[in-house]
Write a protein that binds this ligand. Structure first.
Ligand SMILES: Cc1ncc(COP(=O)(O)O)c(C=O)c1O
Length: 422
């Protein structure tokens, strides 16, 4: 009698058979690199588990708790039974609150129907790229860029076109650089301001310079990642979509993770032209559906409730930015600047390349990061993953005491290199 299972079906396969037939994964996953920030955090956890004293400054999340009134709104949502599947683009009242935020704070006339809520700004950006980029299309990424942009473009079959910048230009691209990067295949310009990892903030005039170039290239669309909007020390946040001719060709992405210390809640949103919003809704509907009901119901409390905790957090970040900046200025060979937003310093550490520490030769920023982790007990992230191989990212979303200790360890590690005699 024939069995319902073939000999190699999962129910009859032995462990030995599985081992002799390694699983063939799809090319798209084999070609994908692991997130460098997560890899660094894993390595530092490993060392910590071995009993090493590691100060972890590699992570991109506020070290503050979510404000109480936001947590209370989520608890109310559970009590009121908001625990079912949600509409794919999000609840109407939540999208209305986001539309009010855009109008009130950004001068952007989005309506509720122009908004899709997602499981973090990460998913909002991934949705937009999947819906806009055909294989072979070019996506312009000013470097340094957030690590996941490049992977998302590659997953869509797109070609990342990286525009390098350096600390001497505040890590910002010029209109001339953008113009020079454009080709008939250019499809999307994607960047964050305030920027992770550089902390740079484009002024409205600088954005206008870029917009003037974008307007000359009819098939170019922009994704403006404004997730760090609330952590901006420059006094003004400019949204690309407010500029002439840009509203119709920009997706504005934002979320709750950074400004409200809600990284674990997974709440992001995209606003843009109707065709893109419809496409992202269709795409997300086949992947994850609407984002968490309970988290969504807390959005209104976050955006329209007490902004005091967010302001206090920003004040703490500003104080730490300055304290850490002062300390990093004393690290031998490092070039530093004063970032205008987010919670990172992004020094140029290339003066350490070619230097020795004992048997170890520091060839690049990856080596510098590993040296500081293993010898100084400070976890940072190499700039290579952000497209800036001369730099290293230090997150100051950590306690003042840890930051002070970490900076001193870095300074000492610098002194221990084999500097030539003066
Ligand atoms: C520049 C940038 N964009 C988007 C995200 C994603 O944020 P979310 O937690 O909302 O997915 C991050 C998170 O690190 C980020 O740094």
């Amino acid at each position: 009698m024939s069995s319902a299972h073939t000999p190699d079906s999962p129910s009859t396969q032995t462990a030995a058979q599985t081992a002799s037939h390694p699983l063939d994964l799809a090319q798209r996953i084999s070609a994908l690199s692991e997130s460098a920030t997560i890899a660094m955090a894993n390595r530092s956890r490993e060392l910590q588990a071995q009993g090493k004293d590691i100060i972890n400054l590699s992570l991109g999340e506020p070290d503050f708790g979510t404000p109480d009134h936001i947590g209370a709104a989520a608890k109310r949502a559970i009590d009121q039974g908001w625990t079912h599947y949600t509409p794919v683009p999000g609840y109407a009242d939540v999208r209305e609150a986001i539309a009010r935020k855009f109008q009130r704070e950004n001068g952007l006339p989005y309506e509720a129907g122009d908004i899709v809520l997602s499981t973090g700004a990460k998913q909002s950006i991934a949705n937009a790229i999947a819906c806009l980029v055909n294989p072979g299309d070019e996506v312009i990424l000013p470097a340094p860029f957030w690590v996941s942009y490049e992977a998302m473009v590659q997953l869509a079959g797109g070609v990342p076109v990286i525009i390098p910048t350096g600390i001497e230009h505040g890590y910002k691209i010029t209109p001339e650089q953008l113009q020079a990067a454009l080709t008939p295949r250019s499809r999307v310009l994607l960047f964050s301001s305030p920027c992770n990892p550089s902390g740079s903030v484009y002024t409205e005039a600088e954005l206008e310079g870029l917009a003037a170039v974008v307007r000359t290239h009819p098939s170019l669309f922009c994704i403006s990642d404004e997730i760090y909007e609330r952590i901006n020390f420059s006094g003004a946040h400019a949204s690309l979509a407010t500029l002439e001719g840009m509203f119709e060709r920009t997706a504005t992405v934002n979320g709750l993770s950074k400004g409200y210390a809600m990284t674990g809640w997974r709440l992001g949103y995209l606003a843009g032209p109707p065709a893109l919003v419809k496409a992202c809704t269709k795409y997300q509907g086949q992947f994850t559906s609407g984002t968490c009901s309970i988290a969504q119901k807390a959005v209104i409390a976050a955006l329209e409730g007490d902004q005091g905790p967010t302001e206090s957090m920003k004040a703490a970040f500003l104080r730490r930015r300055d304290a850490v900046g002062k300390g990093l200025g004393t690290v031998r060979g490092w070039k530093t600047n004063i970032p205008q937003g987010a919670f990172y310093h992004f020094p140029d550490v290339s003066a350490w390349f070619g230097r020795r520490a004992g048997e170890r030769v520091l060839q690049n920023a990856d080596d510098v990061a590993m040296y500081l982790l293993e010898e100084a007990g400070v976890a940072l992230v190499s700039g290579t993953a952000f497209g800036s191989p001369n730099c290293i990212r230090l997150s100051y979303a950590a306690s003042d005491a840890d930051l002070e200790k970490a900076v001193e360890r870095i300074r000492r590690a610098g002194e221990n290199l084999d500097w030539p005699a003066a």
